[in-house]
Design a binder for this molecule. Sequence first.
Ligand SMILES: [Zn+2]
Length: 342
Amino acid sequence: MNKKFNKAMSKIRSAASIKDCFHPNKDECVMPIKSAHSLQRQGSLKTLEKTDDKGNAFLYVHSEREHNFKNAFYDLKPVGRRIATTFDGFCSFHDTELFKIIENEPEITDINNDEHLFLHSYRSFAIAYHNKMEHLKLYESKDSEINEILDQMYTKSQRNDALEGVKMAINDLKKPKEAIDILLNSNNFSGLEYFAIEYDYTAPVGCASFITPHSFPNGKMIQMNAYSNTQSSIITTVLPFSDRTVVILAALSDDQLACDILNSIDDIKYELKQQKFLSFFIFEGAENVVVSPHFIDIKSLKWRKDYCELINHIADNHTPFLNYNEKTFHINYFDKSNALLH
Ligand SMILES: [Zn+2]
């Protein structure tokens, strides 16, 4: 059963795969498209890895799951760095040229440097965009084998919902894509609004996402109807380095709601409260959260089940959005006591 499932998943991956350069200046592109990690190549993912008894390094990604038969729940699945977050979204020229400032020295990222903040945000946005295009390609597939697999996974109406959801998400990405490309081509790195923070230890989490928030830090719910209007979203990058962690949230300056959320996060007085909300924000909103097994595997079975239950709730389009409540939300990736020791 597991083998068959894995084969189906790899078939799905290849059917959905898109190789295309995200950079607006297509005439500069030099092929081939480079297969890159969405989190920085060596640095971030490596810091999160754990090595099992057989010597294989693995990570957890919220979107990669497997059934835990022994304890009867839908568990996180150990995945290798290669599977975790590879993305084919830049040609070899732009991948090298565009990101050389932050890539050549992976630990150089400085939260007071707007060019660094912009480049990380640009890449996270590209990843989110690329993922959505791949989802669209998958749901619109005409391949009979793929359709058979999808028919086993989803009912007709679930699949239709998923397709509609992806189409709307892509529609929401159009305006930001135009705006961020203009900023890129005019070197206007301060043209985004940022909230950036650094912790002087390695948090057990990483992500590169475009998050549509549904809650302010005070619990006030927003954007409750996913099917209405354009949604406000925040480009979110979390980078665990060897001895520190950088969190970068970026919004388009004309997106008032997104800017209000950045300000309200900035206004949270107590560090612990701010960390907690940031954890919720990422947990609830990011599709490709990478979590260190060093953080998850030491927790109790009950904690782990609850954690997975909450991911299921969020992934299900038919459940209501989670309401942020600092008293009941128990995950804090950024608490110093959860730091990874090297
Ligand atoms: Zn290119």
